[in-house]
Design a protein around this ligand. Structure first.
Ligand SMILES: Nc1ncnc2c1ncn2[C@@H]1O[C@H](COP(=O)(O)OP(=O)(O)OP(=O)(O)O)[C@@H](O)[C@H]1O
Length: 464
């Protein structure tokens, strides 16, 4: 079956920045469309409000694509929902064309990761939905929907139902439905991450062609993603959110490369590496103890609040440690992710885990095994568990559980106690994930056992 995809030119002609088709439109830095000032957002946690975003000052101007990049849980979607006016900030302001939002933002439309189509409506009806909600009369609606359907490569599919379409075609409907209202700012929340690699690549390429040719019926785009290459490929600016202790703008990287961008160029690689470095950099108080090469990491300052456990099981972190050991004790992070075909979200929790345990360190773009990491990977099964146990006992949450149990047979620590404690600093979901990791690490290290029925940690394995 042949889909009516627009063909990409065989030899794309680079568009020098000064001659960009968008130069006809207001140029970046001319017209501010969206603006947040001191935006903070908190959600209810077990022990009161927990900040997820703090002090976000962000400006989106006409003519630009802004990527918001960050690890899972850093608050990217929350920021997008605040910009779209779907949720109110806890404090600070969101403005659209200078006016503070009091409800849904009239200048934005959203494309979601999971296409969110209504299965009982045809493609055309799904696309018309947004216009219907805005009170556009039927004839005008039909005309606009037909145009959006053509623009996005869905010609001939107007009367199809979503279930007849592939994932890629469904997401085209998602785009058509958002673009049909010609929003000032198109907001995309990981729009390609539910698609297979080739489909995502194709759709991304077509959208960028439309943008570069000036046919894209929006004036700016905000793209939420955790894919660094995608951000560097598409965006004029990459805003990197840090997640500790809550989402703040860690750094913004300008991507001043000609379009269409050449992924194989040294300049592209340089931007990707720079963003990798920002993503893998960490606040000093979360580093492993015992470091002498860098100032700051005072082991006494590591607390449960400042040292969240990453979502990384022993199998994964050991696998990464072995992989570095096989490469001579060090490897380039970006290259490794590429080689293993991993997304940043797949790799970084394991990197964090090795760092937290003192088994590896990030230096610039490189991940290097420490002496403790080499001892861990080099030892036999029994000894490596002992090395792991010693390192894990330096991690505050593990230490807390182990110390609470002491060496008294029959002693228990209830997860409720830990949930209360963690709930003062983390959301319920973050707390759950940390307890899962603590259980995995503690069990492997032989430090404690976990009784899931009673929801308690104990020194010995539960009796059945
Ligand atoms: N409605 C909510 N109520 C309580 N907590 C929430 C709510 N929505 C999100 N959170 C929490 O806020 C944090 C940030 O979530 P958000 O979805 O904004 O992050 P994200 O960076 O988009 O993550 P991901 O990449 O995994 O989608 C997470 O810890 C999440 O559990």
């Amino acid at each position: 079956m042949r889909f009516p995809f627009r063909r990409r030119p065989a030899e794309p002609t680079p568009v020098p920045r000064g001659d960009h088709p968008h130069d006809d439109a207001p140029r970046p830095d001319d017209e501010v469309l969206l603006e947040t000032v001191g935006l903070t957002k908190a959600y209810a946690g077990a022990a009161g409000e927990l900040p997820v975003l703090s002090g976000i000052d962000l400006t989106v101007r006409a003519g630009e694509i802004v990527a918001v990049l960050g690890r899972s849980g850093s608050g990217k979607s929350t920021l997008l929902r605040c910009l779209a006016g779907l949720i109110p900030p806890s404090s600070g302001t969101v403005r659209y064309r200078g006016t503070p939002l009091t409800g849904a933002n009239p200048g934005t439309a959203l494309v979601f990761q999971t296409f969110a189509l209504l299965p009982w409506l045809t493609v055309r009806q799904n696309v018309e939905l947004g216009l219907e909600a805005r009170g556009v009369p039927p004839r005008k609606r039909a005309r606009a929907a037909a145009q959006a359907i053509d623009l996005i490569g869905l010609t001939g599919f107007g009367s199809a139902y979503p279930k007849e379409l592939s994932g890629g075609m469904r997401q085209r409907v998602g785009f058509a439905r958002a673009l049909v209202v010609e929003p000032d700012v198109l907001m995309m929340d990981e729009p390609f991450s539910a698609l297979d690699v080739l489909t995502a690549e194709n759709l991304r390429g077509e959208l960028m062609e439309l943008w570069d040719s000036g046919q894209f019926p929006t004036r700016a785009v905000v793209l939420v993603t955790h894919n660094i290459e995608e951000a560097v490929l598409m965006a004029d600016r990459v805003v990197v959110l840090g997640a500790r202790p809550y989402g703040t703008i860690r750094e913004t990287v300008e991507v001043d490369l000609e379009r269409p961008r050449d992924r194989d160029s040294a300049a592209f690689d340089e931007r990707v590496d720079r963003v990798y470095r920002i993503m893998t950099g960490r606040p000093k108080d979360t580093r492993a103890p015992g470091r002498t090469d860098q100032p700051g990491p005072d082991p006494d300052r590591r607390t449960v609040a400042s040292t969240p456990l990453p979502t990384a099981g022993v199998d994964g972190l050991s696998g990464l440690a072995e992989t570095i050991a096989h490469r001579g004790g060090g490897c380039d992070l970006a290259g490794l992710a590429d080689e293993l075909g991993l997304d940043i979200d797949d790799l970084l929790p394991q990197v964090d885990a090795l760092d937290l345990l003192g088994f590896a360190e990030v230096h610039g773009d490189d991940l290097l095994l420490t002496d403790a990491g080499a001892a861990y990977t080099g030892a036999d099964a029994q000894d490596s568990r002992a090395v792991f146990a010693a390192a894990a006992l330096e991690v505050p949450l593990i230490k807390l559980i182990a110390n609470s149990l002491g060496d008294r047979p029959g002693a228990t620590v209830r997860t409720g106690f830990l949930r209360d404690l963690l709930g003062r600093h983390y959301t319920v979901e973050q707390t759950d994930r940390q307890l899962e990791t603590a259980t995995d690490w503690g069990r492997y290290a032989g430090l404690f056992a976990y009784d899931a029925d009673r929801q308690e940690y104990r020194l010995d394995a539960p009796e059945r």
